[in-house]
Design a protein around this ligand. Structure first.
Ligand SMILES: C[S@@+](CC[C@H](N)C(=O)[O-])C[C@H]1O[C@@H](n2cnc3c(N)ncnc32)[C@H](O)[C@@H]1O
Length: 313
């Protein structure tokens, strides 16, 4: 087996291990990494050494770094699967600048979801109806929605408690705590500075929904993490979604949100619309355009008398 102390030295540009009083620098963490890696299969070790040994070979440096990251990640956390090298969205400077400005610059965890949301908006903006978001926090995703909607004269309706999450129920598991994601309407106003096509409805979902009961929507973003507000949001907005309109669920594919996932799956089970699971962890449904003859059971069990392919009747 290759010696990992060699590997780490090469990763550090040939410098030897140095002791430092700071406990959290990469150099300090290296011995721990060495111990972890030394216990791995020889195949992984060999792959790492091969990549490092390529030196000035034909593979571009950036790609070799990617391969190295893949090999190291596979060693440390094999469940994570690297996708193809060279995805261009990671070089979309305009989008990266938006994210850097709005989000915590040390946390890129929702970059792919924000990017997906922004792209999906293109599918629906030609449709009739406004946009809505359930779960706004400081307005990061709302900003994307407002920016896309403004040229079309559409309003974005924003619903949040501004007291953070309510107390999770048993179905929600143990990840979330009451009060997580507290923000203020001023936070939202600051994120949405320069935009005026939005309305904010502070309050517990679904208390303020009745204020938009007469409207219809082309896009609804549900990002509330917990079962009950997810249920309330779908039940209210799905019947009001235009045909071809999209409902996007931010939390669906995450272990941390079992309750939100369960209520969404239950509500769409057996309906004409398919729940589409995205590799980002999001899920979406698009309101089906049927021939108008086939009755949709409707998300509320048909109480609205809605016909599939029509707007809310
Ligand atoms: C993950 S954050 C939303 C993040 C936001 N979409 C973004 O892109 O930054 C979840 C939000 O849902 C709100 N929320 C959760 N349950 C709620 C409820 N029952 N009523 C109102 N707001 C709720 C929280 O206050 C919190 O701001």
């Amino acid at each position: 087996m290759a010696r990992f102390s060699d590997l780490i030295n090469r990763l550090k540009g040939g410098r030897g291990q140095q002791s430092s009083p700071e406990p959290s620098t990469p150099e300090q963490l290296a011995p721990e990494l060495v111990r972890e890696l030394e216990s791995l299969e020889p195949g992984i070790t060999a792959k790492l050494m091969t990549i490092l040994g390529q030196g000035h070979g034909p593979t571009p440096v950036e790609e070799r770094r990617y391969q190295l990251a893949e090999a190291l990640t596979t060693a440390v956390y094999p469940k994570y699967k690297f996708c193809e090298f060279g995805r261009l969205f990671l070089e979309d400077e305009e989008f990266l600048a938006y994210y850097r400005k709005i989000m915590d610059p040390n946390n890129w965890h929702s970059l792919d979801r924000k990017y997906t949301l922004n792209q999906l908006l293109k599918l629906v903006l030609h449709l009739e109806g406004d946009l809505a978001e359930c779960g706004v926090y400081k307005g990061a995703s709302a900003q994307l929605m407002c920016r896309a909607a403004q040229p079309l004269g559409k309003t974005v309706h924003l619903f949040d408690s501004f007291q953070g999450l309510p107390a999770p129920e048993d179905a929600d598991g143990s990840y979330w705590e009451q009060g997580r994601f507290v923000s203020t309407t001023e936070d939202v106003a600051s994120t949405l500075e320069g935009l005026d096509n939005y309305r904010v409805y502070p309050g517990w979902i679904p208390e303020r929904f009745h204020q938009v009961a007469g409207d219809n929507f082309c896009f609804v973003h549900v990002d509330v993490d917990l079962a009950q507000p997810t249920l309330d949001s779908i039940k209210f907005f799905y019947p009001r979604l235009s045909v071809g309109g999209v409902m996007l669920f931010d939390d669906h594919g995450f272990k941390s949100c079992p309750g939100a996932r369960q209520v969404t799956e239950d509500l769409f089970a057996g309906k004409t619309e398919e729940l589409i699971l995205l590799s980002t962890g999001q899920a979406m449904v698009m309101k089906r355009c049927l021939d108008g003859k086939k009755k949709s059971p409707g998300i509320d069990g048909g109480k609205t008398g809605q016909t599939a392919g029509s707007k809310l009747l």
